[in-house]
Design a protein around this ligand. Structure first.
Ligand code: PMV
Length: 322
């Protein structure tokens, strides 16, 4: 008889930041996106999940915040593998949680990887792992791969063609990231509720999704040609269009704070002064500034002049090790 893995299993996954954003679902229960998105997987902002059999006869959780997302991932993994042993689970983020820094993406991806090793005994396919992870956080599927990652919306009702793939390896167009942390507290409204309010009340919601394929094409071609200005144009305008959808919702969803506006202006000033860089902002006030690795320190130095920031996080480019 084959005895299943019983020792503690660990898995990690980094966060990812979308260059062409996901901001709407075509199926809420399955967390299927309305349109495709494209991101860059980070290196130094990451989560770790550990899984082992629980001796108490029931699941034991050690997780910051609400475990309901992780419970959905676990239920899907159990249904697929048929392994319903009670588990002791811990999920830890090594950066601020719930502040628009995509901690749910890295934590759900790390958890799906740990479950794939423990329940799936390492034979689970990427598509299957992504299906588990997606139920916890849609954008987490992009954290399962390094580099520039495409998450395709697909059209099938069951999500079978909603898949994730690497568009370019990180070394094709190395980019560093500096995060201007304006506020590291959990955001006032979660992304699912905010997306639904936008769908129901924002006049720009459809227009944002209509521009998706054009933005994706432009972003992919800019990355392919290592064209920073081209990528800056599309990433910034796509991000601002997403926030415009939010600002026009009723009541408005406004994640921006004073420091957000200052960080946007700083990025524009830096670029005008010859430092190639661009910003992106997710469901939170913090501003992520991308730049080629050789300009990383100039961006950090400039961010240090902003008095509104509570912290500066650095995610320098690291060449892949293998
Ligand atoms: O995956 P969620 O539910 O955390 O939504 C993520 C939404 C954004 O971060 C704002 C955009 C994106 O594509 O990552």
């Amino acid at each position: 008889m084959h005895v299943k893995e019983n020792s503690l299993i660990k898995a990690t996954a980094p966060s990812n930041i979308a260059l062409v954003k996901y901001w709407g679902k075509r199926n809420r229960a399955l967390n299927l996106p309305l349109t495709s998105s494209l991101s860059l997987t980070l290196r130094s902002l990451w989560s770790e999940a550990t899984v082992e059999e629980s001796s108490s006869g029931q699941d034991e959780w050690e997780i910051t915040g609400d475990p309901s997302k992780a419970q959905r991932v676990l239920e899907e993994a159990r249904t697929f593998t048929g392994d319903r042993r009670p588990l002791r689970i811990s999920i830890e983020n090594f950066f601020p949680s719930g502040a628009g820094l995509a901690s749910s993406a890295s934590s759900m991806a790390a958890f799906a990887k740990a479950l794939a090793k423990f329940l799936g005994e390492g034979t689970t396919s990427l598509d299957e792992m992504a299906r588990w992870s997606r139920l916890g956080s849609g954008s987490s599927v992009r954290s399962l791969l390094p580099g520039y990652v495409l998450w395709e919306a697909g059209r099938e009702a069951d999500g079978s063609d909603c898949i994730v793939s690497q568009a370019f390896p990180p070394e094709h167009f190395p980019l560093s990231l500096v995060v201007c942390v304006v506020n590291d507290k959990p955001k006032p409204i979660g992304s699912t509720a905010a997306m639904e309010r936008c769908r129901d009340t924002s006049p720009n919601y459809q227009a944002f999704h209509d521009r998706n394929s054009f933005d994706l094409e432009r972003a992919l071609s800019a990355i392919k040609n290592r064209n920073l200005q081209g990528l800056a144009d599309v990433a910034e305008s796509n991000c601002l269009a997403m926030h415009d959808v939010m600002h026009q919702a009723n009541p408005p969803v406004n994640y921006f704070l004073e420091g957000t506006h200052k960080s946007i202006s700083l990025t524009r000033e830096l670029r005008a002064s010859g430092v190639p860089c661009f910003f992106s902002i997710d469901a939170g006030p913090n501003v992520k500034i991308f730049c080629p690795p050789e300009h990383h320190q100039s961006v950090v130095d400039a961010c240090n002049t902003l008095t509104e920031l509570v912290d500066i996080l650095e995610d320098p480019y690291k060449p892949p090790t293998s």
